[in-house]
Design a protein around this ligand. Structure first.
Ligand SMILES: [Zn+2]
Length: 129
């Protein structure tokens, strides 16, 4: 597949060749074309990057499973904060404290929510509690 930078380079080389003929209208056309090719190449790179990010998100999402009452990643026994995960459209993955505290609670260092043994939110955790 033709890389966008190859096309940019190709048009640049043509512009340099055309310059030698002192044909101003032709040269101007080539320079304008050069700008358009650069614009398309930039746009294509942005789309490629965006596509890679979306693929990565989908792959991560496919590894996540809800095992009542928490979300887990395949092969990981530490649950994620349900509140952060669900409220961030499944983008924010914050591990809850593991193992649970002596009180049986698990807490999230991001939103400070505390969950009891049954995964029910039982308030906001603070250092003093
Ligand atoms: Zn949280």
């Amino acid at each position: 597949m033709l890389g966008p930078m190859q096309a940019v380079q190709g048009v640049k080389e043509i512009a340099e060749l055309v310059k030698k003929y002192n044909d101003v209208p032709l040269y101007e056309k080539i320079v304008a074309l050069q700008g358009q090719v650069v614009e398309i190449a930039t746009e294509r790179l942005d789309l490629y990057t965006e596509n890679q990010n979306l693929k990565q998100k989908l792959e991560l999402r496919a590894k996540m499973h809800f095992r009542n009452p928490y979300w887990y990643e395949d092969g990981d026994e530490v649950p994620f904060c349900r509140k952060c995960y669900e409220s961030s459209k499944q983008e924010l993955r914050i591990h809850l404290s593991h193992p649970p505290q002596r009180t049986g609670r698990r807490v999230c260092i991001n939103c400070s929510s505390a969950f009891n043994d049954d995964g029910i939110e039982v308030g906001i955790w603070s250092y003093s509690s």
